[in-house]
Design a protein around this ligand. Structure first.
Ligand code: EPU
Length: 420
């Protein structure tokens, strides 16, 4: 298994480009199953999760055509199977996103039930109950969700008990081809949900309210092809900015969207960063100063994203003062804390909150990544350590960060991949 070797102590400086958003690209790829026409998806990030989704299309009998820029053309008219096997679902929970499209387009779908993962139990009961409310017959047997519908799904008024991103996306996709109107209340407002809705509209869907907590979808008879560019990745953007702030650096990130990062930029300013923004770029300058610790609480968009709390924990480790970080979305997203404490951090966990007392610098150590965002936070911890850190199990990072060591090298970091 590859590892990352990091020699800490360098302030990040320079410019990088941000890739397309993983969590938009995955549902958009699934949405291509909703039409027999060709959909061209551009600005896909080079990530394992994207490869897994393309492999899943292959299992269904669809043959995506990929060009050298990783633009993908998908024509799902060659579909032969309607099932997402456990072998793929276990490596990527987002495989559940094919459930809504397959069911509404073909009247049948079998998707392995995703299990719990390193960050929590993550049930999909809300996806299932919403589709049942639309007339689907669903059973869970032998580890598989087996769904079918006679005729078409029916539009329904659905109240989501919890804000769920992929749940909202699955129901929205299913509703595009259902009979009549579907209203999703307490819908996720995440920008990735909006990006998917915009792609569906470009395919001929009738959707309004995306970005708010009530989404209205009027079913249409069929969708058509389109060319759609995935929006920039806000979590990748935030991760590099936090890394620059933690290392007292100065960086510019390009091809991004400052307008969807407000909660994160405001925390970076509280940490002492000077932030400048343009339409598609963000500049951060710490003026060589040590960051101040910040406190935050995660919650669905537009509040602070759960996908960025671990990175701020790394920043707090070396900040002036103490900060508390409360996680409200997932029940077990603090696995990185124990690794950071092994690097000399002073962090204690109290329920769903971690309290961090900043120290001058961390001490490098061999550490192990447990999930995608935890891996990113350990890399930041390595960058602010006095000596050498190795991060093991970095397949997690390759799922969600495109060429992370190359981008960090561009910013001056001493980091390299050690092949197994
Ligand atoms: N939940 C339920 N029942 C459901 C669905 C969700 O109880 O049927 C609970 C979950 O267990 C969790 C909460 O609701 O406690 C929110 O989960 P959500 O469904 O919103 O998460 P998700 O859709 O599985 C997406 C992202 C995650 C991101 C979360 C929260 C994708 C592919 N994944 O997951 O991204 O953390 O929303 O914003 O969009 C990542 O990129 O590292 C990542 C984990």
């Amino acid at each position: 298994m590859d590892k990352l070797l990091i020699q800490g102590g360098v302030s990040l400086k320079g410019e990088i480009r941000i890739a397309g958003a993983k969590n938009s690209a995955l549902p958009i790829l699934a949405a291509t199953l909703l039409t027999h026409d060709t959909v061209k998806v551009c600005n896909l990030p080079h990530l394992y999760d994207i490869t897994t989704m393309i492999e899943l299309m292959g299992c269904l009998g669809v043959e995506p055509i990929i060009d050298e820029k990783l633009n993908v053309e998908i024509n799902s008219s060659s579909i032969k199977h309607f099932n997402a096997p456990y072998e793929l679902v276990k490596t990527m929970r987002a495989s559940i996103l094919v459930l809504g499209p397959l069911l509404t387009r073909y009247g049948q779908a079998e998707v392995a039930l995703p299990g719990g993962c390193a960050i929590g139990s993550r049930p999909v009961n809300l996806h299932i109950s919403a589709l049942q409310a639309m007339g689907a017959d669903i059973t869970v047997e032998n580890g598989y969700i087996k769904a079918s519908v006679k005729g078409k799904l029916k539009g329904a008024h659905i109240f989501m008990d919890l804000v769920t991103v992929t749940g909202t996306e699955n129901v929205m996709m299913a509703a595009t081809l259902a009979e009549g109107q579907t209203i999703i209340e307490n819908a996720a407002r995440e920008p990735e949900v909006v990006d998917l809705a915009n792609c569906l509209v470009a395919m001929g869907a009738d959707i309004s309210g995306q970005g708010g907590d009530t989404i209205v979808i009027n079913g249409v008879d069929e969708l058509h092809g389109c060319t759609y560019a995935v929006m920039p990745d806000r979590i990748e953007t935030g991760t590099y900015l936090i890394a620059a702030a933690a290392t007292r650096g100065r960086i510019k990130v390009k091809d991004t969207r400052p307008d969807i990062l407000e909660s994160v930029l405001s925390k970076l300013e509280q940490a002492g960063a000077e932030i400048k923004i343009g339409e598609n770029w963000i500049e951060l300058d710490m003026h060589g100063q040590r960051p101040r610790a910040v406190s935050l609480r995660t919650a669905p968009y537009p509040a602070f994203p759960t996908d960025m709390q671990a990175q701020f924990t790394a920043l707090n480790c070396v900040a002036k003062g103490s900060g508390s970080i409360t996680e409200t979305v997932f029940e077990n997203r603090f696995m990185h804390v124990h690794e950071m404490n092994r690097m000399g951090a002073s962090i204690r966990v109290e329920g769903n909150t971690v309290i961090v007392d900043g120290v001058e610098a961390l001490k490098g150590a061999p550490v192990m990544a447990t999930d995608l965002r935890a891996s990113a936070s350990l890399i930041i911890a390595g960058l602010v350590s006095e000596n050498e850190t190795t991060v093991d199990r970095i397949y997690h990072i390759d799922r969600g960060y495109e060429c992370i060591e190359e981008k960090l090298q561009l910013l001056g970091a001493k980091i390299r991949r050690i092949p197994s």
